[in-house]
Write a protein that binds this ligand. Structure first.
Ligand SMILES: *Cc1c(COP(=O)(O)O)cnc(C)c1O
Length: 242
């Protein structure tokens, strides 16, 4: 029988092996468990096994799970941390600003401004990454790479956001080398922007790259956070809503 706890261990072992193979410290890469479409019970099971950070794509589903699991948020040093990794429409920014700890999918200044305005004062700044469309995939979210430095500069000035880094979701690629070459572009852009940020660069430490099928290539390219769903929770139980 394969439990969530067992799969979490397997994923952690993959991360450790990839770090060693890439000559990086074994604690250089954090694990975000992507719990979209999974029930709150599955999140609870993973949390009981030691997993703290969870990623949700669909705002309403995420908010429902956050409130169902509210007790895990007050759990002191082991408290759950919620990351929004899906597209954010203007009419959802308030829920995101009020409920989530992190956003990976920021790709427009207008959304960033709303999130900053709507972030409640009693909470720490919202931790944000810019989503970059590194491989130029059609119909994809993400700021084009050439526009990312200017967006980063603008977001870094918003008072209730803390700009933490970049995120990308490349098209699936068949080989390690092909996967790594796309992730390398995200890493280069990350280094370029960090070099431009001046004093703000001290917080710019997160490169959110890699999913179940390209974790190793992402770690080799310099990812600091991998977003893993299927390899932890198994196949998703229902089709993703459009
Ligand atoms: C679903 C999803 C993941 C996890 O994908 P798996 O292949 O199941 O590991 C990671 N990041 C984003 C943005 C996703 O939507």
């Amino acid at each position: 029988m394969t439990t969530i706890a067992q799969r979490l261990q397997d994923v952690q072992a993959r991360i450790t092996r990839a770090c060693l193979a890439a000559g990086r410290p074994v604690d250089a890469v954090a694990l975000l468990a992507v719990s979209k479409t999974q029930p709150a019970e599955a999140v609870h099971e993973a949390w009981s096994a030691g997993q703290q950070a969870f990623g949700e794509n669909y705002i309403q589903e995420g908010v429902d799970k956050i409130s169902a699991l509210a007790a895990l948020r007050g759990a002191g040093p082991g408290a759950v941390v919620w990351h929004c990794i899906g597209p954010i429409q203007s009419n959802k920014t308030r829920q995101v600003a009020e409920q989530f700890d992190w956003v990976h999918s920021l790709d427009r200044l207008k959304i960033a401004q709303r999130l900053s305005e709507q972030r409640p004062d009693h909470l720490p700044p919202l931790q944000v990454c810019l989503q970059v469309n590194v491989d130029g995939g059609a119909n994809k979210s993400g700021v084009p790479p050439e526009e990312a430095p200017a967006l980063a500069q603008a977001v870094a000035t918003l008072p209730r956001l803390c700009l933490r880094g970049l995120m990308s979701i490349p098209e699936p690629a068949p080989t390690f080398e092909a996967q790594k070459s796309v992730h390398d572009k995200a890493k280069q852009l990350f280094d370029h922007i960090r070099g431009q940020l001046g004093p703000q660069a001290q917080h710019f430490d997160t490169l959110s790259l890699g999913m179940s099928d390209d974790l190793e290539a992402a770690v080799h390219a310099g990812s600091t956070l991998v977003r893993i769903g299927t390899a932890i929770f198994g196949a998703r139980p229902r089709p993703q809503p459009a």
